[in-house]
Design a protein around this ligand. Structure first.
Ligand code: PMP
Length: 354
């Protein structure tokens, strides 16, 4: 046996991405949809398996899927880039616009993968801080952008894990300040009252990323996209691996888009359920942050967050443990599930806290 080969020094020091996948009755830790896609979607997809030219590479440009996504958002296919989950979209952005001698800016606490992917791609990370209430502090944004001159500035709206939606004025203001690209991660965009998609145009350095993992009930498929200027999409196409998106997934994305009304129905159901869970949490000894997404951030006020997380797990309820994450001391994040799942979560939490 040969000696173990060391990875790149910075990779050796990394911890990687951790989100426990354990078998529990109630899984409310990864912000998936609690509902499967419509049965008719599955039937059509099953039939599609037989029509795929399995011996041929997929359409490298994913022409039909990009056309359909563009149609959904009122843009042409040249303004749409698709990949295996929005994480791969973010990675391709970082490979294209980041890299050695370049910097990305993030405002913590936010989605950990923005900084993680930057580092994996050899990009420096300039870390700004949100205000104590987790809102974006524009003075801090100005400071970070002036100091770091980032090639990519990330916003996340609704922000994971705080649930906060950036308003249009804030996004426009940041857009006026960025020296490079502004990426607005809208993985939870369908739950929010407005979308930065409204601002996308060929002469604005803004891209908006979205995913099929949440509202479209397709986390298993790994499909995400961005809408942005055509000149960005053209550059990304040079960087992403050839034939990266398989034929069946391209078809699955197109079929899903035929069920837009059902998706919107799931969104309104979950939004209503979010209101119910929010109210119930406010009845418990917890600090609760208002959410525009399909999850809620909360902090038990009289108990240690990590211990509460474990005691929920002991009752077969899994939520996200953010208790030791920077600036999220003692916080937990719960995904909105079905009503019975949320009731199980609330009953367990009530038992632990009262
Ligand atoms: N962005 C945000 C803010 C997320 O929370 C997630 C999922 N946790 C993603 C992107 C990645 O989603 P996916 O790769 O499944 O599209």
């Amino acid at each position: 046996m040969g000696a173990r080969i060391a990875p790149r020094d910075d990779v050796a020091l990394m911890e990687g991405y951790h989100s426990p996948q354990v078998s529990v009755d109630v899984r409310l830790n990864t912000n998936e949809s609690p509902y499967p896609p419509p049965a008719a979607f599955l039937d059509t997809l099953a039939a599609q398996v037989r029509t795929v030219d399995w011996h041929r590479y997929p359409d490298r440009a994913a022409t039909e899927l990009r056309r359909r996504i563009g149609e959904l958002h009122g843009v042409g296919p040249e303004q749409v880039f698709v990949a295996n989950g929005s994480n791969e979209v973010l990675q391709t952005l970082s490979l294209t616009y980041g890299g050695p001698s370049r910097t990305v800016a993030v405002f913590e606490p936010t989605y950990a993968l923005h900084a993680h992917i930057a580092r994996i791609t050899g990009t420096a990370v300039a870390e700004g801080r949100r205000a104590d209430d987790y809102s974006l502090d524009l003075a801090e944004v100005r400071r970070v952008l002036a100091e770091a001159s980032p090639a990519i500035t990330y916003l996340c709206s609704p922000n994971n894990p705080t649930g906060m939606v950036e308003d249009r004025e804030t996004v426009e203001e940041v857009l006026g300040l960025v020296p490079g690209l502004l990426v607005v991660d809208e993985a939870y965009g369908q739950f929010a009252p407005w979308s930065a998609l409204e601002l996308v145009s060929d002469n604005i350095p803004l891209v908006v990323t979205r995913t099929f993992s949440k509202t479209w009930s397709m986390a298993a498929a790994r499909l995400g996209y961005l809408v942005g200027p055509s000149w960005v999409v053209a550059e990304l196409g040079k960087v992403v691996l050839p034939y990266h998106l398989d034929s069946l997934k391209q078809a699955a994305g197109c079929i899903a888009l035929d069920y837009l009304a059902e998706m919107e129905q799931r969104v309104s159901q979950l939004t209503e359920e979010r209101g119910r869970v929010d109210l119930a949490l406010r009845d418990l000894p917890c600090e609760v942050w208002p959410s525009g997404a399909n999850f809620i951030l909360f902090r038990p006020t009289a108990r240690d967050g990590g211990e509460v997380w474990q005691e929920l797990l002991d009752r077969s309820v899994l939520v996200r443990n953010c208790a030791s994450w920077p600036y999220l001391d003692g916080c937990l994040r719960v995904t909105i599930g079905t009503t019975p799942e949320d009731d199980r979560f609330l009953a367990a939490l009530r038992e632990i806290l009262t």
